[in-house]
Write a protein that binds this ligand. Structure first.
Ligand code: NAD
Ligand code: ZN
Length: 372
């Protein structure tokens, strides 16, 4: 069975590998042992615990490691100060020391919460990410951003804390609900749309196999991780190029906020799918990109069953004015001007720093009129 390794080389001793393959959770113990440390705290959520915790615990036991399991409630609400406090208390109670390891076994929620706890516990304990959702395997487990949400917004409290190892077991995705898989796929396609035309074309031909599992799925995860790692290596703290990873996210975050983060109506990846389509149609409306490219993006998302229009969100649709207010609250807005990721075409995204608010409003009005 193929095992892919993507290396993330950062300055100092912060070099780590992302391993992508089948059956990696069952090998977790020996791979953790190789990193040193006697105790391992495995943090997971209540859904993932049902399917995968035992595999990791048994593997740690077999490797002679002292393992502790900590299960937090599933869902975005766990990315809070209250859950962070509880998790830190649990880790201290388990006597996790500086030389030990903290494992984040789960989706992006567990990765962000656990990574942040690892960053601050005893001023920094090593963290190993074991992502089990597609979104976490291709995005959140790579790059070292960790954090929690507050009433002021998502991810506003956090730290950069690079993992010591990432184990992406693609078999673990077999238990992921299909809606979550599809949502994560929007982030996979995003990498093609940012700067890899050939990858997007490959996805157009192979998406069925990627959804079905097997070799193509591993390939897609590998290409996505490599794309993210390459950008992170060039711009770890997002002073420039890393912002490209936000393609579709300025619109997407506003849409998520407009439904009050009600996952029943819209999960993150679905917001990103609509946001990417909006970014391409907006680019076309501004004359920056061929209309045919925007149509091609929409066609692909539709083919995999992702939403592509604001009107695809069930329930009442927000007004352009409401969406603009929500976009202005997003952290990617500086000095009253919208920071947007726009595109000259598929695989040709760029950072636009001076997009006039009036243009965005005009575009959203047009988009929403097409609803009726
Ligand atoms: N740090 C970053 O760079 C970064 C990047 C993107 C997103 N994020 C964050 O990631 C989070 C979203 O991540 P997510 O989409 O993975 O959400 P999630 O962690 O909530 O997982 C989605 C759902 O799938 C379940 N699940 C996960 N793996 C499973 C499996 N193998 N089998 C069965 N169920 C499984 C979870 O319990 C949850 O119900 C957001 O909080 C977002 O802010 C962070
Ligand atoms: Zn995202």
């Amino acid at each position: 069975m193929t095992l892919f390794t993507v290396s993330v080389a950062l300055d100092g001793d912060r070099h780590y590998d992302i391993l992508i393959g089948s059956g990696l959770l069952a090998q977790a113990g020996e791979r953790l042992k190789a990193l040193g440390g006697n105790s391992v705290a495995i943090v997971t959520d209540s859904n993932v615990a049902d399917h995968h915790l035992d595999t990791v615990v048994q593997s740690c036991k077999a490797a002679g490691l002292n393992g502790h399991s900590i299960v937090v409630p599933a869902g975005e609400k766990s990315k809070s100060f209250a859950h962070l406090e509880q998790l830190c208390a649990d880790l201290l109670e388990a006597r996790i020391e500086r030389g030990d390891l903290i494992v984040a076994l789960g989706g992006g929620v567990i990765g962000d919460l656990t990574g942040f706890a690892a960053a601050i516990l005893r001023r920094g304990v090593r963290c190993v990410q074991m992502p089990t959702s597609l979104l976490a395997q291709v995005d959140s487990s790579v790059g070292g951003k960790t954090g929690i949400n507050t009433a002021f917004g998502k991810n506003l409290i956090g730290a950069f804390h690079q993992p010591s190892l990432v184990l992406a077991d693609t078999d673990s995705l077999d238990t992921l609900p299909s809606r979550e898989f599809r949502a994560g796929y929007a982030e996979v396609a995003k990498y093609g749309l940012i700067n890899d035309t050939a990858f997007f074309a490959w996805l157009e031909h192979n998406h069925g196999a990627v959804f079905a599992g097997g070799e193509e799925r591993r390939q897609a995860v590998r290409t996505s991780c490599a794309a993210k790692a390459a950008i992170v290596m060039r711009d770890e703290k997002e002073s420039g190029e890393r912002a490209l990873l936000n393609l579709g996210h300025t619109f997407g975050h506003a849409l998520e906020a407009s439904v009050w983060y009600d996952g029943g109506r819209l999960v993150h990846g679905e917001g990103v799918a609509i946001g990417i389509c909006l970014a391409f149609r907006f680019s076309a409306a501004l004359g920056l990109c061929a209309a045919g490219d925007a149509e091609r993006v929409e066609r692909h998302f539709k083919a995999v069953g992702l939403p592509t229009r604001i009107q695809d969100i069930p329930g009442e649709v927000s007004s352009p004015e409401q969406l603009l207010v929500l976009m202005a609250q997003d952290k990617k807005v500086t000095q009253g001007q919208f920071n947007f990721i726009l595109a000259h075409g598929i695989g040709q995204s760029f950072i636009a720093r001076d997009v006039a608010v009036s243009k965005v409003e005009e575009f959203l009005q047009q988009e929403l009129q097409e609803a009726v």
